[in-house]
Ligand binder design. Sequence first.
Ligand code: AMP
Length: 412
Amino acid sequence: MTFDQLHIVPSILKALKEKNYSEPTSIQQKAIPIVLNRQDVLASAQTGTGKTAAFALPIIQLIHKIESKSDGPAKLRSLIVTPTRELAIQIADNIDFYSKYTKVRHAVIFGGVKQHHQVQKLKKGVHILVATPGRLLDLINQGFISLDDIKIFVLDEADRMLDMGFIHDINKLLQILPQKRQSLFFSATMPDNIVRLSSKILTNPSKIEVSAVSSAADTVKQYLYYTNRLSKKDLLLHILRTENIDRVLLFSRTKHGADRIVRNLKKQKIKAAAIHGDKAQNQRQKVLKEFKQGQIHVLVATDIAARGIDIDKLKYVINYDIPNIAETYVHRIGRSGRAGENGIAISLCEPEENAYIKDIEKLIDQKIKRISDHPFPQTDKPMTAAEKKEWQKEKQRRKQEFFAHRKKKRMY
Ligand code: AMP
């Protein structure tokens, strides 16, 4: 199958050729004809499957066709809402590339920066707007954006959107959006609350599933190392060295943890940097750029910051801790093995996290391969008093986080 066979117009094909996309991915093959046919879509797809192009290409094409006949000022015809600014920037970068030989104009807006440049861009007129929910509603309230002409609405990463507490913002948006519109709904996982939300947004959607709900990407090989809390940092060094890993996205559950890991790696002369919510936007962009260019070898990220990080051919993901919410594991390992590339996900598990592995294996319905041949295996050495105290605190934090997650899920 080629993009030509999907009836993509030559001006977009030219850009795809420059990007070396030789063949549409599975989700693109399924979604593009449906979107071009003006139908709603309910897609269960993880990051890395090529889902951005699956909605962006047909949207650009539909608008391009209208615009090539129109001379009037640009009308905002498509709205793409996504949970994080990194993801918003990433989607906008892709649209920028795919639409370079068309007349389609777009803008991206997100919070955490001054609104002036975003407003200036909007004033010049755009056809596609990529936005995070808070800044979008803010600029609508200030009268800088009107959704009256929206024909295509995309809700991207819907599950993460709810996890981040954006449900009220989404409900407000639904009240403002025109009733008559085409809607595309993307989510990595499809628990009940997401299905309920999708039914409020979509009309007779075509359902697309590129990998089974909650399944881990097939292209990712998963390995599990059992170890102790105190030996994790040594085990990490051992793995980085023996596996010759020079580029890895490493997950830490907390911001403090992320900073601590970076400090430890730097002491060993390993080039590492953290990316999390406490870092300023421009700092995060700088770190990402350096990682992409290979100046930083280990990028340590928290779950929220990692959403939307788009790095071509990211082979390795390491879970420095095991997430207590099994779906988070699926999100994390989805960062490797992108668009048909092989990926490797390595998890380091301390005794207190053993139970989480059971949950994860239940969710993904497979057993993760254990690697026992390493110098830092789990032992039942009792914890020192200081470790016990620290672990009690950590347990409390995890419990609160788990219940907050459950509460959010029940709200819908
Ligand atoms: P996404 O799931 O949208 O985040 O895309 C994952 C990665 O796959 C991005 O780096 C895209 O540039 C890349 N990609 C998307 N579609 C294709 C394709 N048809 N061929 C090769 N790479 C692609």
